[in-house]
Design a protein around this ligand. Structure first.
Ligand SMILES: *Cc1c(COP(=O)(O)O)cnc(C)c1O
Length: 384
């Protein structure tokens, strides 16, 4: 061993790289007649807007040119959608890149990062890469009637200190699917000191449709230390093109610009994302279909006795009771060319995260699940 890890910067020495779950390409190549059913990545079962595809195609005859480093047209479209000027916007090669850079810029050895247990896996990675301590607030208990394993906002507020560089939370949250009302986000912002930046990751924000809930974008003008992220990977069905957006105070955005790579966002993504924002019919269609399909799938899973976390996203976190049951179901589904997301890395080995598919995809999943459960005698409550 050459010991190169020893030569890495302190935060990188002990860092484990992002775990992407199953090797999807290998599984695709192996899959039989029906093909691989991919329900592990929270991608859109309804795909991108036809308008996005048309915009992308028209970019194909100038691939030799660098993309617009300012992302001018996409920022213009986002400005219109959010009612904010372009200085409030930073584009990233997916939100993942922006989250890593947020920690690089605003966290460090003296500036710890505050998160909740069961937070998105990229936050701990970002904190550690920046050599910042990660402080994890205990989540609500699994028995909580409304938000099982959801973020405990009062506990997060109690844990806040002025030296925290960043607070990171997703609303709704991945992997739990749980959500917070806007008033809870606002209480957190009121409690945070002026030097603590609060990042509200709204990767699934568009799916959130509950009374008292809404985008934290509406709080930006009141709280200069608020930053909101959005992505084109989920609702808009453009995960392959890697477009994330950071929205915040122009001064915070200007500081973040210092570490942005010159051409971090590609021209196909820029064009497709701008067009996707304008396709309100496609957006409404995907939102409607996702919610209907999610509730139908949740009902089916609950009818089989499994514990399904309430969700305002395009996925369901399902608790199969024991790590052994979850692992057996994961294996059995894989054998039937169906991919879901194991949750060991999130400290939830008894759970699997299942992306909501179209109704016929859900039906295939449920048929396979019933077969696996029957074969291995894993019925809910069996042996518990
Ligand atoms: C999927 C997801 C993102 C989006 O990641 P991209 O890098 O934009 O594809 C961000 N945050 C959360 C919580 C997610 O689940």
């Amino acid at each position: 061993m050459a010991g190169f890890a020893r030569l890495a910067a302190p935060g990188i020495r002990g860092l484990a790289s992002y775990d992407p779950g199953h090797d999807i390409v290998a599984l695709r190549n192996r899959a039989g007649g029906q093909g691989l059913l991919e329900l592990g990545g929270n991608e859109s079962a309804w795909g991108p807007s036809p308008r996005a595809l048309a915009a992308l195609r028209s970019e194909l005859d100038r691939l030799e040119l660098y993309p617009d480093p300012r992302g001018g047209l996409l920022k213009q479209a986002l400005s219109g959608a959010f009612g904010l000027s372009a200085e409030h916007l930073l584009l990233g090669n997916g939100t993942h890149e922006l989250l890593m850079q947020l920690a690089q810029v605003f966290a460090g050895p003296e500036r710890p990062v505050l998160v909740s247990r069961y937070c998105f896996a990229v936050y701990p990675l970002a904190a550690q890469a920046a050599n910042a301590r990660l402080e994890v607030v205990e989540a609500l208990p699994p028995e909580h009637p409304e938000q099982p394993r959801g973020h405990d906002i009062e506990a997060m507020i109690a844990a806040l200190r002025p030296d925290h560089g960043l607070v990171m939370l997703a609303n709704p949250n991945n992997p739990t699917g749980t959500w917070l009302p806007l008033s809870a986000i606002e209480r957190l912002l009121q409690a945070a000191g002026p030097d603590t930046l609060v990042v509200v990751d709204e990767a699934y924000g568009e799916f959130l449709d509950q009374p008292g809930c809404g985008s934290a974008l509406s709080l930006l003008s009141t709280y200069p230390n608020l930053l909101v992220t959005r992505t084109f990977s989920k609702l808009h069905g453009l995960a392959a093109l890697r477009i994330g957006v950071l929205v915040g105070h122009p001064e915070a955005i200007a500081v973040m610009e210092r570490v942005r790579e010159s051409f971090n966002v590609n021209s196909l993504g820029l064009a497709a994302a701008a067009a996707a924002l304008g396709d309100v019919r496609h957006i409404a269609h995907v939102l409607r279909e996702t919610a209907a399909s999610r509730e139908a799938l949740a009902t089916e899973l609950k009818a089989r006795g499994w514990f399904v976390h309430p969700s305002q996203t395009n996925f369901l976190l399902v608790d199969f009771g024991t790590p052994e049951a979850a692992a057996a179901i994961d294996r059995g589904l894989l054998a039937r060319d169906i991919v879901v997301r194991p949750m060991r890395g999130y400290g939830l080995p008894q759970c699997l995260r299942i992306t909501v598919g179209r109704l016929e995809q859900n039906a295939r999943l449920l048929t396979a699940l019933d077969a696996v459960v029957g074969e291995a005698d894993l019925h809910a409550g069996a042996g518990a």
